[in-house]
Design a protein around this ligand. Structure first.
Ligand code: PMP
Length: 330
């Protein structure tokens, strides 16, 4: 392998792995895009890089400037790394309900962390609105605005979708993932449809999100809730506008957790819950399309980011979620 001095070139070009258990379960070939191998250990490094380079290209970000963003954590981690590599500062606004590991990581990377109480989007104190206000009040700052800045989905049209198409040698029948900003689903969906209109694009929505109902019957309506971080959207973001979604599934935390645990115990992959929900969605899509099909999904981030939650017995018990045998034994 050649050497590189461009650390930002380490973002993207992630491996695509065939998942044995999900493939056997569904009678299809199910592939997971290993986004946890990005430098910030999540899919959001891609959006972070595109958003920053888009702002630079538009002349919005002067040397020594500050990048401000509201995030469930992973985008902040990606932005902090990209900012460090390019000589910018970061201010990250995050709801205080996110995992301890994400907060510690952001502080460790040098970001200024602003924690706000979890609030509905309609509340001016919501983390997204707070981050916009801070950006407006800070000299030489940009607001990354990942939800409505379509540089986010362009990262997936030009990066993730192209890579999946090449890695699967153009033989792909379906793609699915969950939505936080919608950048991944819309971007990969648009990118793959541009290659082959017949690829089925499916939404895998957690409970507590409003998009399943929206794509099924045109109404933004939610039901139940989820402990999954980084996903679960209640509105049509600019990134979701025009997303080519053919079908939709609603996936419970229990179903997602089952796959998080099977992938760890049987295939040696330690992942977050959005990855489990995506894999459960890929199995639903495979069963809907029929045997022998080739489906791709996203393994969004590393499970090491959730040691105090998903992989912690006390936390699981407090949430009323099943505890796996290897954690119950301690
Ligand atoms: N999973 C995790 C763990 C995330 O942090 C995010 C980003 N919020 C997503 C999935 C969803 O990605 P997107 O924002 O592209 O919809």
């Amino acid at each position: 392998m050649q050497t590189t001095s461009d650390t930002l070139a380490l973002i993207g070009n992630t491996p695509l792995v065939r998942l044995k258990g999900p493939s056997e379960e569904s009678g299809c070939d199910i592939y997971g895009k290993c986004e946890f191998v990005n430098p910030g250990a999540s899919v959001k490094d891609r959006a972070a890089l595109f958003i920053v380079e888009d702002a630079e290209a538009k002349g919005q970000l002067a040397p020594g400037g500050t990048i401000v963003e509201g995030t469930a954590g992973n985008t902040g981690i990606g932005l902090a790394l990209v900012a460090n590599a390019k000589g910018y500062k970061t201010i990250i606004v995050m709801p205080e309900t996110q995992s301890r590991e994400k907060m510690d990581t952001l502080r460790a990377l040098g970001a200024e962390l602003v924690l706000v109480p979890a609030a509905p989007y309609s509340n001016p104190g919501h983390f997204v609105h707070t981050s916009r206000r801070i950006a407006e009040e800070t000299h030489n700052a940009i607001w990354a605005n990942q939800f409505d800045n379509i540089a986010n989905r362009r990262a997936h049209i030009h990066g993730t979708a192209e890579e999946i198409w090449t890695q699967m040698e153009g033989k792909i029948d379906g793609f699915t993932c969950a939505v936080g900003t919608g950048g991944t689903l819309a971007g990969v969906g648009l990118g793959l449809k541009a290659k082959d209109e017949s690829v089925t694009i499916a939404l895998s929505d957690p409970y507590g999100a409003a998009l399943y109902e929206y794509y099924a019957c045109g109404e933004l309506k939610s039901e139940g809730n989820s402990v999954a971080e980084g996903i679960g959207q209640g509105r049509i973001t600019a990134n979701l506008e025009g997303a080519p979604i053919d079908t939709q599934f609603r996936i419970s935390d229990e179903e997602g957790l089952t796959w998080v645990r099977r992938l760890l115990a049987e295939e040696g992959l330690c992942l977050g819950l959005s990855s489990g929900i995506n894999v459960a969605g890929a199995i639903r899509l495979a069963k809907a399309l029929g045997p022998g099909k080739r489906i791709a999904t996203i393994l969004c981030d590393t499970g090491f980011r959730y040691l105090s939650t998903l992989y912690n017995r006390e936390w699981l018990e407090a949430k009323g979620l099943p505890v796996p045998a290897w954690l119950a034994a301690r």
